[in-house]
Design a protein around this ligand. Sequence first.
Ligand SMILES: [Fe+2]
Length: 343
Amino acid sequence: MSINLTMFSSYHTLYRLATTFTDIKSFAIGIAKIYKSAFEADKVTVVLKTINSAQYVKVSFKNQSKIIKKGGVSILTKVEKNILKQENEIILNKRLVYPFTFIKTLGGIYIKRSKNLKKFTPSEKKWFYSLCEETSLTLKIFALYKEQQKLILSYIKSISNFLSQHVPTSRLHTKHILQILKAMEKELSLSKAEIRSLEFAALLHDAGKMGLPRKLLKKRKPLTAEEFELITKHPRKGTELIKDLESLKPVMPIILYHHERYDGKGYPSGLKKNQIPLGSRILSVIDSFDAMYFGRPYRKGISIEIVKEELKKQRGKQFDPKIVDVFLKILRRKSIKKVLGIC
Ligand SMILES: [Fe+2]
C-alpha cells in the first residue's frame, strides 16, 4: 500500500474509533493496531491514562503476542514513565516515541522496528508526528464524550427517580426488571448500541406522564374518550424531554412507539409488525408483564401462570410473537424465577 493510502486509511480508522467510543481498553488496542500496521513496527506500546483516575491501560504488541495491563503506575516500566513525562516526541532511526498531550498528558506511544528492518524514512517520521497529534485530539474527544455520558446518565437517573416517586407507572427501573431486560438483550443478540438505547428507554418511556393529573393515572374505572386522548400523548411528550440531547436520539423512537401493537391497533401511529422498532416491541412485552405481575400502586398483581396465559393470548395481537416466545423461555430459567420470587 502506498504511504498516502495507508495514511488515509489510518486517519479513517482513528476517526471511526473516536466515533464508536468503546471503553478505554478497546480504544488503546485499536490505537496500537493502527500504528503497528501503518508503520510495520515489531513492537508497539500504547499507554493511556484512564479518565478521572490515576489508573493506566497499557497495550503492547510484540511480533504476534499481545499484552494488556490495567492498574496503577506500577504497571509502567521506567521507560514508559519517562515517555509520559516527555513533552516532545523522540524520533530516532528505528524508534519513535510520542506523548499524547492535550493541555495535560493523556498517554503515550512507543514503536520500534527490529535491527534487520529498514530505518524509518523522513516522510514516515513526519507522518508519525501528524498521526500522533491526531491521536491526542481523538483522546481528548473521547474524554469529553465520557464526561458527557456521565452527565446524561445522571439526568436520566434524576428523571427516573422522580418518576418512580411521583407517577404511578411501571417499575422498569427496578433490579428485577432490569435483570429480565438484560436476559432478553442477550437472548436476542442485541448490539451494544441497541442495549444502551433500550435500557435508557426502559427508564424514561413513561416520563411524558409527568404532566398528567395523578387522579387520571390512578383511575381504576374505564377511561373516557377525552382521558384516553390525554394518556395517548405521553409517548410524544416523553420524547420531547430528550429531543435536544444528540446522543439520546436513538432512544426517541423506542419511547415514541412503546404503545404500538403488533396488530396495528396501538398508538400514537398505528404501526404494525416490524414497522414498530424492535426496542419498542421488547419494552411493550416487559412493560405489560410488569404491570400484570407486580401490579400498580392502585391495582394488585396477578399470578405468574395467569400472566403467562395473557401473554400467550396476546401473541401476534398486542405483542410480537417472537418476543413473547423469548420472554416465556426466559421466565422458565431458574435464575429469573429466583429474581421474581417464584421458586
Ligand atoms: Fe407508557
